[in-house]
Ligand binder design. Structure first.
Ligand SMILES: [Zn+2]
Ligand SMILES: [Zn+2]
Length: 855
């Protein structure tokens, strides 16, 4: 659903701009999703009793390509079903030859500048995926754990000990020291003393370091440089540095270093055994419940392990500074603006980017190691050759024994180049000149750092220009209760199923109509169904218009010149202008929901509810016939275009059907009538305020009479009489000129309009801003009997309210009943209250009629 929302918003922007006369390029494509894809294929292999190592690198990669061919097309297929108007001839994939060339070019240039380097330090490691992860690929989750207080005896045989508190007892096997804060009075005399590390044969010193928090645990902490980022830093600060003792391997199992008893155990099994052994030695002082953040692999959710391994890093410090500046200067706008702070906070604290991954599916790092290292020059560089193409010999010593780096690059390394690599870079192509920098990036907040920030850095670095001007960050799609969609909750919605059931247009419109800035989309199938009604409404309106225009005599091209327009005609054109203007402003500000709601209101509540109804009355009038036809067709034509970016399919279908009818109707058409998607988007035209005000008077009277009918339950077939009192001669004139609309739409027989109109005996009243409306009820209904009937109805409702109230205000029910039931009952209660209010209104209206009657 997130992808669907993303694609729909991009398509709305693309279609809108394309129709507005811009040259629009939307490049479709996918990344190779290294770790995720490799995981899927590894799972398939596991089901066949195989693993990738048995298969070998080449065969494995070939297998992933096969999987990609089969399933990789799904995203593209979904995009097409959504109606995404991409340039399919330019479809790209991050492992394409062209994009791979860009990846190697960037790697080599960064290396030559000294911005890519190899280092052996702690990184986040996923023991299941068997690869390094960047900081961003580790998700931290608060988990309930235990803080264990362990006694480390002094080696002097004094029987004294120092107690340390730890959440990971198994790592004690790799401890290199115990550390205290240098200012902590409790431990002054212990600094420099030697401890016996329990469960091992080793001895470790007590050291001091200002980073130790005296208020945590006992104020003394164990130091495990090879398995903790803070301890790594502490170990490097010591003179001489503390040793790094690796006790957990890259598979999450205890290493040989831990000795026979523990080696080979899973890290969590080992924890249990270590605790058991310590207990037997009476070395556990106590255990406390403790909640702390634990890192998980973002792909497979396995708990990550800090591990000492050689990896490739990109020094991003200066690139990050440029990327911050460009947003601060406003050259890149992040919308909604609140996300800018998130962007700045991360960029200001950015760490070097670990870009190597120990998997096979991806861009193999363009590094070749010289196996001979024949001279000092080669040895100084550790035999490293970095090259755009596979070198034939070592550039340092001439040896031909070269072996390529096994690791591949982080997928985001290639995705970071997307804005220019897809346009042909490193070649200076026509596309690159024409379309770089791009105008807008639409994306989810979850990849602001993974993707957006890195594209900004790489774009500035290699193109000298920002990759895009606007970044629109869209919200999450949640379920109707606001819960995140997840398989475990069973509330996941498949966009393709929605499309099958309700059509792409209704589905797209739902997403757009709820895509308010800074608010998550609460999605429900009911809403899609609602918008399908809207599609039907539009379809029926169009069919009515086509039928009537085909039947009307049609002589030559229909142009606005010399046509007489009725008040409703002038009004609907003005409302159309207002709608176009509202949408224009909303679209420019990425307020998709406001634009969608404007056109929805216009089509349903102005064009269909009012204008088409009034046009039906106008048709027999020869003075209006041609004008009405012109108005109907040109308004339909324009509203289809306004709606097209949101509902591309139904608008195209109707537009093609009305094309033969509207020769010359749309005098501002550019003549490009192959498809609505390349027709000219409606310009914002001036409004007609007089027509809007006049129409409001007429509509006020019609709705006033309709309200009386509704509240008093008067049959629609029963014709009424009406008296309209107004002191404004202008209003009087407008109403008199347009009295036929009132008679027809409010089903009124005789009507009297004027300043000296008096309220007849026994009549219902409706008061509007400029008029008073009286409807005589004599002969229409028996007021006394009607009041009686309403009272009885009210009594029934009151009784239901009492019994329902007993339930709803009962704590027992509220606590025990399922939420759905409570919500249903509450809704029922509210509905009854509304009904009762309505009846009270009706009774009041009847009583007023009765009192004036004098009876
Ligand atoms: Zn993993
Ligand atoms: Zn060499």
């Amino acid at each position: 659903m997130g992808h669907a929302l993303n694609a729909v918003l991009q398509d709305i922007l693309s279609r809108w701009k394309r129709m507005s006369g811009y040259k629009v390029l939307w490049v479709p494509g996918t990344d190779h999703a290294g770790i995720a894809t490799q995981n899927v294929v590894e799972k398939q292999l596991a089901a066949e009793g195989l693993n990738r190592h048995e298969l070998g690198r080449d065969a494995f990669v070939e297998r992933v390509w096969k999987w990609k061919a089969e399933y990789g097309g799904r995203i593209i297929h979904q995009l097409k079903r959504l109606g995404a108007s991409c340039d399919w001839s330019r479809e790209r994939f991050t492992l394409d030859e062209g994009l791979s060339k860009a990846v190697r070019e960037v790697f080599v240039r960064l290396y030559e500048e000294g911005l890519i380097y190899k280092d052996n330090r702690l990184i986040n490691w996923c023991p299941r995926c068997h690869t390094a992860l960047s900081d961003l690929e580790v998700e931290h989750e608060e988990l309930e754990g235990k803080l264990t207080y362990i006694k480390y005896p002094l080696s002097d045989g004094s029987g004294k000990h120092i107690t340390v508190a730890t959440t990971r007892p198994e790592t004690m096997l790799g401890d290199a020291a115990v550390s205290v804060n240098p200012g902590d009075d409790r431990y002054q005399e212990l600094i420099g003393r030697i401890l016996n590390l329990p469960l091992t044969e080793r001895q470790i010193p007590v050291i001091s370091d200002p980073a130790v928090d005296p208020s945590f645990g006992t104020g003394a902490v164990k130091v495990t440089p090879a398995h903790d980022f803070n301890d790594e830093a502490m170990a490097k600060r010591q003179n001489p540095p503390l040793p790094f003792i690796t006790v957990i391997g890259d598979d999450g199992l205890m290493t040989q270093t831990t000795g026979e008893r523990y080696a080979g155990l899973d890290r969590y099994e080992c924890r249990k055994l270590v605790l058991k052994d310590l207990k037997e030695l009476h070395l556990i002082e106590k255990e406390e419940a403790h909640t702390h953040a634990i890192g998980h692999c973002y792909r497979c959710k396995t708990i990550t392990e800090p591990l000492m391994t050689p990896q490739w890093y990109v020094n991003v410090q200066s690139m990050a500074k440029d990327a911050i500046r460009i947003v601060k200067e406003g050259k890149i706008r992040i919308i909604p603006k609140t996300w800018e702070n998130t962007y700045f906070a991360w960029m200001e604290d950015i760490k070097d980017w670990c870009v190597s991954r120990q998997i096979w599916w991806g861009h193999r790092i363009p590094v070749w190691y010289c196996k001979e290292m024949r001279n000092e020059k080669c040895r100084m560089r550790n035999g490293i050759n970095v090259s755009r193409e596979a070198p034939r010999e070592c550039r340092h010593c001439g040896s031909v024994t070269l072996v390529q780096e096994e690791d591949v690059l982080d997928t985001w390394f290639s995705s970071a180049l997307w804005p220019f690599s897809t346009l042909g870079w490193p070649d200076y192509t026509e596309d690159l000149r024409m379309f770089y920098p791009t105008s807008v990036l639409v994306t989810g907040f979850d990849i602001i750092f993974f993707w957006v920030a890195r594209m900004v850095m790489m774009g500035l670095k290699f193109m000298g220009d920002e990759p895009f001007r606007d970044v629109y960050i869209h919200a999450l799609v949640r379920d109707i209760r606001g819960q995140k969609m997840s398989k475990s909750k069973g509330n996941v919605v498949d966009p393709l199923i929605m499309i099958d059931r309700y059509g792409t247009d209704a589905f797209r419109f739902t997403l757009a109509a709820f895509a308010a800035q800074g608010r998550d989309v609460k999605f429900s199938e009911d809403r899609v169904e609602g918008y399908r009604h809207f599609v039907n409404k539009l379809w029926n309106a169009a069919r009515f218009i086509m039928m009537n225009i085909e039947q009307a005599s049609h002589s030559g091209p229909l142009t606005k010149d010399g046509l007489t327009l009725s008040l409703p005609g002038k009004w609907i054109l003005s409302r159309l202008a207002a709608t176009a203007e509202e949408m224009d402003i909303a679209m420019k500000e990425y307020r998709f929901n406001d634009a969608a709601n404007s056109i929805y209101q216009f089509v349903w509540h102005e064009f269909c509810d009012w204008y088409i109804e009034m046009a039906k009355i106008e048709f027999p009038d020869p003075d209006f016939k041609e004008g009405t036809k012109w108005c109907l067709l040109s308004t339909l034509d324009a509203l289809l275009k306004l709606l097209h970016p949101f509902m591309p399919f139904v608008t195209e279908e109707i537009w093609q059907k009305i094309k033969p009818l509207k020769d010359g109707v749309t005098d501002r058409d550019s003549g490009n009538d192959k498809s609505i998607m390349v027709s000219e988007y409606p310009r914002v035209l001036p409004r007609n305020n007089k027509a809007e005000e006049d129409m409001l008077c007429v509509a006020d009277v019609i709705t006033g009479i309709r309200t009386i009918r509704g509240e008093l339950n008067i049959l629609p077939s029963l014709k009424l009489n009406a008296l309209i009192k107004t002191h404004s001669p202008t209003v009087e004139n407008i109403l008199k000129e347009n009295v036929h609309y009132i008679k027809s739409l409010a089903r009124v027989d005789r009507i009297e309009i004027g300043g000296d109109v008096r309220k007849p005996e026994g009549s219902a009243t409706s008061i509007k801003s400029s008029v008073e409306i009286f409807v005589p009820l004599k002969g229409v209904l028996n007021i006394a009997a009607e009041i009686d009937r309403l009272k009885k109805e009210k009594a029934k409702i009151d009784a239901s309210l009492v019994s329902l109230g007993k339930k709803l205000f009962n704590d027992d029910f509220l606590q025990k009943a399922p939420r759905e039931i409570i919500e249903k009952e509450k809704a029922k209660y509210d509905e009854l209250i509304t009904m009762r209010d309505k009846i009270n209104e009706s009774i009041k209206m009847l009583r007023e009629a009765e009192v004036k009657n004098g009876s």
